[in-house]
Design a protein around this ligand. Sequence first.
Ligand code: INI
Length: 158
Amino acid sequence: MTDIRTIEGDYSATTARFAIVVSRFNGFIVDSLLRGALDVLRRHGVEDKSIEVVQVPGAFELPLVAKRLAATRRYDAVIALGAVIRGGTAHFDYVAGGCARGLAEVALSCDLPVTFGVLTVDTIEQAIERAGTKAGNKGADAALTALEMVSLLRKLGG
Ligand code: INI
């Protein structure tokens, strides 16, 4: 048991560069996610000059812009933030599904951490709970995961 080597990331990648791609749709929620993400990065020692924020119209547009940012190789991770709130139609499923699938594909095709700070919820109340109130802040979580993934990939090398 003691011979097993375990590799895991930590939060020490303070010199890493981050792109945060943010949707404007449901902006009053997404602004809180962005504040949470920036707060985490700064508290862990990432300087503002190492962070760029790019705005897109809606969550459906996040994957393409995340891909363009990843392809520049200027960043160690991309953090995607948005809020998809279910309405009465199937629109939610297409927007949320396309966004999640697209972001996962960008991470794999570009070989770069792309973290998913996109709320997919039924109600505005649920969104508020996850944007800095009683259920935490999913933007902060996505930033913390990005930090950990940068560190983990550095340790894994290759
Ligand atoms: N975009 C969101 O980010 N959240 C939503 O809840 C949402 N809803 O419900 O429609 C939404 N729609 C816009 C979509 O992301 C695209 O911007 C639009 O379809 C144009 O491609």
